[in-house]
Design a binder for this molecule. Structure first.
Ligand code: OOG
Ligand code: MG
Length: 263
Protein backbone atom coordinates (compact mmCIF):
# COMPACT_ATOMS: atom_id res chain seq x y z
CA UNK A 1 0.00 0.00 0.00
CA UNK A 2 1.12 3.51 -0.67
CA UNK A 3 -0.38 6.83 0.41
CA UNK A 4 1.56 9.30 -1.78
CA UNK A 5 1.02 10.23 -5.42
CA UNK A 6 3.93 10.26 -7.86
CA UNK A 7 3.95 14.06 -7.64
CA UNK A 8 4.17 13.97 -3.83
CA UNK A 9 7.05 11.45 -4.02
CA UNK A 10 8.90 13.76 -6.44
CA UNK A 11 8.20 16.79 -4.24
CA UNK A 12 9.57 15.07 -1.11
CA UNK A 13 12.66 13.83 -2.99
CA UNK A 14 13.48 17.40 -4.07
CA UNK A 15 12.77 18.70 -0.54
CA UNK A 16 15.17 16.20 1.07
CA UNK A 17 17.85 16.23 -1.62
CA UNK A 18 18.05 20.03 -1.67
CA UNK A 19 18.49 19.98 2.11
CA UNK A 20 21.36 17.50 1.67
CA UNK A 21 23.06 19.41 -1.17
CA UNK A 22 22.78 22.79 0.51
CA UNK A 23 23.25 21.53 4.10
CA UNK A 24 20.20 22.84 5.92
CA UNK A 25 17.80 21.02 8.22
CA UNK A 26 14.11 20.44 7.49
CA UNK A 27 11.07 19.10 9.33
CA UNK A 28 10.52 15.38 8.96
CA UNK A 29 8.39 14.17 6.09
CA UNK A 30 5.89 12.31 8.29
CA UNK A 31 4.91 15.66 9.87
CA UNK A 32 3.59 16.67 6.45
CA UNK A 33 2.33 13.21 5.41
CA UNK A 34 1.51 11.19 8.56
CA UNK A 35 -0.17 8.50 6.45
CA UNK A 36 2.89 7.69 4.33
CA UNK A 37 4.34 4.19 4.73
CA UNK A 38 7.62 2.33 4.09
CA UNK A 39 6.88 1.77 0.44
CA UNK A 40 6.35 5.53 0.01
CA UNK A 41 9.55 6.23 1.93
CA UNK A 42 11.67 3.95 -0.25
CA UNK A 43 9.97 5.40 -3.35
CA UNK A 44 11.20 8.82 -2.21
CA UNK A 45 14.70 7.41 -1.64
CA UNK A 46 14.66 5.84 -5.15
CA UNK A 47 13.66 9.19 -6.61
CA UNK A 48 16.61 10.88 -4.84
CA UNK A 49 18.88 8.21 -6.33
CA UNK A 50 17.38 8.79 -9.79
CA UNK A 51 18.03 12.54 -9.50
CA UNK A 52 21.69 11.90 -8.64
CA UNK A 53 22.20 9.44 -11.52
CA UNK A 54 20.59 11.94 -13.90
CA UNK A 55 23.09 14.55 -12.65
CA UNK A 56 25.98 12.21 -13.46
CA UNK A 57 26.74 10.66 -10.06
CA UNK A 58 27.56 6.95 -9.86
CA UNK A 59 26.03 4.64 -7.26
CA UNK A 60 28.78 2.62 -5.59
CA UNK A 61 26.82 0.54 -3.12
CA UNK A 62 24.50 0.53 -0.13
CA UNK A 63 24.49 1.12 3.60
CA UNK A 64 22.42 -0.70 6.18
CA UNK A 65 21.68 1.32 9.30
CA UNK A 66 20.21 0.82 12.76
CA UNK A 67 21.53 -2.76 12.73
CA UNK A 68 22.96 -2.70 16.28
CA UNK A 69 21.10 -2.34 19.59
CA UNK A 70 23.36 0.59 20.44
CA UNK A 71 22.15 2.49 17.35
CA UNK A 72 18.49 1.44 17.70
CA UNK A 73 18.49 2.58 21.31
CA UNK A 74 20.22 5.86 20.45
CA UNK A 75 17.66 6.69 17.74
CA UNK A 76 14.59 5.14 19.42
CA UNK A 77 13.68 2.71 16.63
CA UNK A 78 13.41 -1.08 16.51
CA UNK A 79 14.26 -2.04 12.92
CA UNK A 80 17.07 -1.50 10.43
CA UNK A 81 16.88 0.78 7.40
CA UNK A 82 18.98 1.12 4.26
CA UNK A 83 20.23 3.72 1.82
CA UNK A 84 22.38 4.00 -1.31
CA UNK A 85 25.97 5.31 -1.51
CA UNK A 86 26.90 7.77 -4.27
CA UNK A 87 30.47 8.22 -5.51
CA UNK A 88 30.91 11.70 -4.00
CA UNK A 89 30.12 10.44 -0.47
CA UNK A 90 33.55 8.83 -0.45
CA UNK A 91 36.46 10.63 1.26
CA UNK A 92 40.05 9.36 1.47
CA UNK A 93 41.49 7.96 4.68
CA UNK A 94 43.00 10.86 6.64
CA UNK A 95 40.75 13.39 4.88
CA UNK A 96 39.89 16.84 6.14
CA UNK A 97 36.11 16.92 6.09
CA UNK A 98 34.51 20.32 5.69
CA UNK A 99 31.67 20.61 8.19
CA UNK A 100 30.25 23.60 6.28
CA UNK A 101 28.97 21.14 3.67
CA UNK A 102 27.20 19.13 6.41
CA UNK A 103 24.41 19.89 8.92
CA UNK A 104 25.19 18.06 12.20
CA UNK A 105 27.51 15.15 11.36
CA UNK A 106 28.13 12.08 13.52
CA UNK A 107 30.67 9.28 13.00
CA UNK A 108 30.10 5.53 13.13
CA UNK A 109 32.58 2.62 13.17
CA UNK A 110 31.53 0.00 10.64
CA UNK A 111 32.67 -3.15 8.84
CA UNK A 112 32.19 -2.89 5.05
CA UNK A 113 31.83 -5.72 2.53
CA UNK A 114 32.67 -5.67 -1.17
CA UNK A 115 30.77 -8.25 -3.23
CA UNK A 116 31.87 -10.19 -6.30
CA UNK A 117 28.52 -11.84 -7.06
CA UNK A 118 25.00 -10.43 -7.12
CA UNK A 119 22.91 -11.05 -4.00
CA UNK A 120 19.17 -11.31 -4.42
CA UNK A 121 16.66 -12.01 -1.63
CA UNK A 122 14.54 -13.55 -0.30
CA UNK A 123 16.49 -16.30 1.42
CA UNK A 124 19.93 -14.67 1.75
CA UNK A 125 21.86 -15.62 4.92
CA UNK A 126 25.38 -15.44 6.35
CA UNK A 127 26.48 -18.31 4.08
CA UNK A 128 25.27 -16.79 0.79
CA UNK A 129 26.76 -13.46 1.79
CA UNK A 130 30.18 -14.94 2.64
CA UNK A 131 30.16 -16.83 -0.68
CA UNK A 132 29.47 -13.57 -2.56
CA UNK A 133 32.06 -11.48 -0.67
CA UNK A 134 35.31 -10.44 -2.31
CA UNK A 135 36.76 -8.88 0.85
CA UNK A 136 35.91 -6.94 4.00
CA UNK A 137 37.37 -3.52 4.76
CA UNK A 138 37.06 -1.19 7.77
CA UNK A 139 34.96 1.94 7.33
CA UNK A 140 33.82 5.05 9.13
CA UNK A 141 30.45 6.38 8.08
CA UNK A 142 29.68 10.07 8.57
CA UNK A 143 25.91 10.31 8.90
CA UNK A 144 24.02 13.58 8.67
CA UNK A 145 20.26 13.42 9.06
CA UNK A 146 18.54 16.23 7.22
CA UNK A 147 15.98 16.41 10.03
CA UNK A 148 15.92 18.99 12.83
CA UNK A 149 17.87 17.92 15.92
CA UNK A 150 18.71 14.58 14.24
CA UNK A 151 15.31 13.22 15.34
CA UNK A 152 13.06 11.04 13.17
CA UNK A 153 10.90 7.92 12.86
CA UNK A 154 11.78 4.95 10.65
CA UNK A 155 9.63 6.07 7.68
CA UNK A 156 11.18 9.55 7.70
CA UNK A 157 14.76 8.28 7.91
CA UNK A 158 14.21 5.78 5.05
CA UNK A 159 12.96 8.61 2.81
CA UNK A 160 16.07 10.64 3.77
CA UNK A 161 18.38 7.93 2.34
CA UNK A 162 18.95 6.74 5.92
CA UNK A 163 21.07 9.81 6.79
CA UNK A 164 23.78 8.84 4.25
CA UNK A 165 26.32 11.58 3.80
CA UNK A 166 30.03 10.60 3.65
CA UNK A 167 32.19 7.56 4.29
CA UNK A 168 35.90 6.78 4.64
CA UNK A 169 37.44 3.35 3.95
CA UNK A 170 40.62 1.99 5.53
CA UNK A 171 43.53 0.70 3.52
CA UNK A 172 43.67 -2.82 4.91
CA UNK A 173 41.24 -5.39 3.59
CA UNK A 174 40.96 -9.11 4.36
CA UNK A 175 39.19 -12.22 3.11
CA UNK A 176 35.93 -12.40 5.04
CA UNK A 177 36.72 -15.98 6.07
CA UNK A 178 40.09 -14.98 7.55
CA UNK A 179 38.62 -12.49 10.03
CA UNK A 180 36.58 -13.41 13.10
CA UNK A 181 33.87 -10.91 12.20
CA UNK A 182 31.83 -11.64 15.31
CA UNK A 183 34.65 -11.01 17.75
CA UNK A 184 36.51 -8.25 15.90
CA UNK A 185 37.04 -5.36 18.31
CA UNK A 186 36.68 -1.69 17.37
CA UNK A 187 37.89 1.27 19.42
CA UNK A 188 36.82 4.80 18.48
CA UNK A 189 38.86 7.80 19.59
CA UNK A 190 37.96 11.47 19.29
CA UNK A 191 40.87 13.84 19.91
CA UNK A 192 42.85 10.97 21.41
CA UNK A 193 40.19 10.03 23.93
CA UNK A 194 38.33 6.71 23.69
CA UNK A 195 34.65 7.50 23.15
CA UNK A 196 33.15 4.14 22.05
CA UNK A 197 34.22 0.48 21.97
CA UNK A 198 32.44 -2.52 20.49
CA UNK A 199 32.65 -5.85 18.68
CA UNK A 200 31.34 -7.06 15.31
CA UNK A 201 28.63 -9.22 16.88
CA UNK A 202 26.81 -6.02 17.92
CA UNK A 203 25.63 -5.83 14.28
CA UNK A 204 22.80 -8.39 14.02
CA UNK A 205 25.02 -11.03 15.72
CA UNK A 206 27.38 -11.02 12.68
CA UNK A 207 27.96 -8.18 10.18
CA UNK A 208 27.21 -10.57 7.26
CA UNK A 209 23.64 -10.78 8.62
CA UNK A 210 23.32 -7.10 7.85
CA UNK A 211 24.19 -7.70 4.17
CA UNK A 212 21.72 -10.61 4.10
CA UNK A 213 19.01 -8.39 5.63
CA UNK A 214 19.73 -5.74 2.98
CA UNK A 215 19.55 -8.26 0.11
CA UNK A 216 16.25 -9.60 1.46
CA UNK A 217 14.82 -6.09 1.93
CA UNK A 218 15.83 -5.08 -1.62
CA UNK A 219 14.39 -8.39 -2.88
CA UNK A 220 10.98 -7.32 -1.61
CA UNK A 221 11.20 -4.40 -4.04
CA UNK A 222 12.43 -6.63 -6.88
CA UNK A 223 16.01 -5.31 -6.61
CA UNK A 224 19.34 -6.96 -5.89
CA UNK A 225 22.80 -6.01 -4.62
CA UNK A 226 24.93 -6.01 -7.79
CA UNK A 227 28.36 -7.66 -7.89
CA UNK A 228 31.09 -5.15 -7.06
CA UNK A 229 29.00 -3.25 -4.51
CA UNK A 230 30.37 -1.69 -1.35
CA UNK A 231 28.08 -2.31 1.62
CA UNK A 232 28.39 -0.53 4.96
CA UNK A 233 26.85 -2.89 7.51
CA UNK A 234 25.96 -0.35 10.22
CA UNK A 235 27.49 1.26 13.27
CA UNK A 236 28.89 -1.23 15.79
CA UNK A 237 28.50 1.36 18.58
CA UNK A 238 26.38 4.46 19.10
CA UNK A 239 27.23 7.33 16.73
CA UNK A 240 29.46 10.14 18.03
CA UNK A 241 28.86 13.85 17.31
CA UNK A 242 31.77 15.77 15.79
CA UNK A 243 32.57 19.50 15.65
CA UNK A 244 35.05 21.48 13.55
CA UNK A 245 38.54 20.82 14.94
CA UNK A 246 37.82 17.22 15.98
CA UNK A 247 40.06 14.35 14.89
CA UNK A 248 38.62 10.84 14.81
CA UNK A 249 40.58 7.58 14.69
CA UNK A 250 38.97 4.15 14.74
CA UNK A 251 41.12 1.05 15.41
CA UNK A 252 39.87 -2.26 14.01
CA UNK A 253 41.40 -5.41 15.47
CA UNK A 254 43.64 -6.87 12.76
CA UNK A 255 42.45 -4.40 10.08
CA UNK A 256 44.36 -1.24 10.92
CA UNK A 257 42.92 2.22 11.54
CA UNK A 258 40.70 4.73 9.73
CA UNK A 259 40.94 8.42 10.51
CA UNK A 260 39.76 11.89 9.52
CA UNK A 261 39.73 15.46 10.73
CA UNK A 262 36.74 17.82 10.72
CA UNK A 263 37.39 21.43 9.77
C1 OOG B 1 20.21 6.41 10.60
C2 OOG B 1 21.36 5.71 9.94
C3 OOG B 1 22.06 4.79 10.91
C4 OOG B 1 23.91 3.10 11.20
O1 OOG B 1 25.04 2.71 10.87
O2 OOG B 1 23.30 2.60 12.14
C5 OOG B 1 23.32 4.21 10.41
C6 OOG B 1 20.66 7.41 11.64
O3 OOG B 1 20.95 7.02 12.78
O4 OOG B 1 20.71 8.60 11.32
O5 OOG B 1 23.91 4.59 9.45
MG1 MG C 1 25.93 3.82 9.40
Amino acid sequence: MTALTKEQVAELAAYLENAELEAYEVTKVTDQYPEMDFEDAYNVQDEIRRRKIERGNKIVGYKAGLTSRAKMKQMGVEEPCYGFLADYFQQPDGAEIDTKSLIHPKVEAEIAFVTNKPLRGPGCHVGTVMAATDFVIPAVEIIDSRYKDFRFDLVSVAADNSSSSRFVLGGQMADAGDVDLRNIGVVMERNGEIVEVGAGAAVLAHPANSVAWLANALGERGEEIPAGSLILTGGVTAAVTVEPGDSVTVRYQGLGTVGMRFI
